[in-house]
Design a protein. Sequence first.
Length: 180
Amino acid sequence: MYNVPVTNDLSEPGDFRRAFDDHHRKVYASAFGVLGDAALAQDVVQDVFLRLWRRSTAFDPARGSLASYLTMMARSRALDRWRTRVARESAVDRVKQQLRPESVIAEDAAAPVIRRESSHRVLRALDELPGDQREAVLLAFGKGMTGREIAQAAGVPLGTVKSRVRLGLARARTELTHAA
């Protein structure tokens, strides 16, 4: 089994490769245990080792073994993905429930036009947002990504992502209020 050097420098390709070889099965097992999906578990393994490569100094050998650190990180990432999936499935179920035939109310001819115009207003409001805020709002609400996933994708802190989403929504709300 690979012993982590006292220097905690896993940024060297050989050291990183040995760490991957020694621990990727445990990381996969931890993620698969939560998700029950091989493809999603493999994505988690990739996320965990990418983070280890990018932020190797985040691992502190004084706090525990590399194996424990990686499996804990895998479990945490897997739970984030599981929560996102459950939330998405719940939202789909709610929409299906609302669209059931008995709940369909006869609409007049103007309703589709009003919906289309509302959609155009929302898109125009999003176009007015600064690029970072627009990206954060679209990833959060368009793709259903968590704040952590957006932070990782954008390479910024979680707090920055939360601020961008909050400010973007507030600004879009203001735009929509003025447009109405």
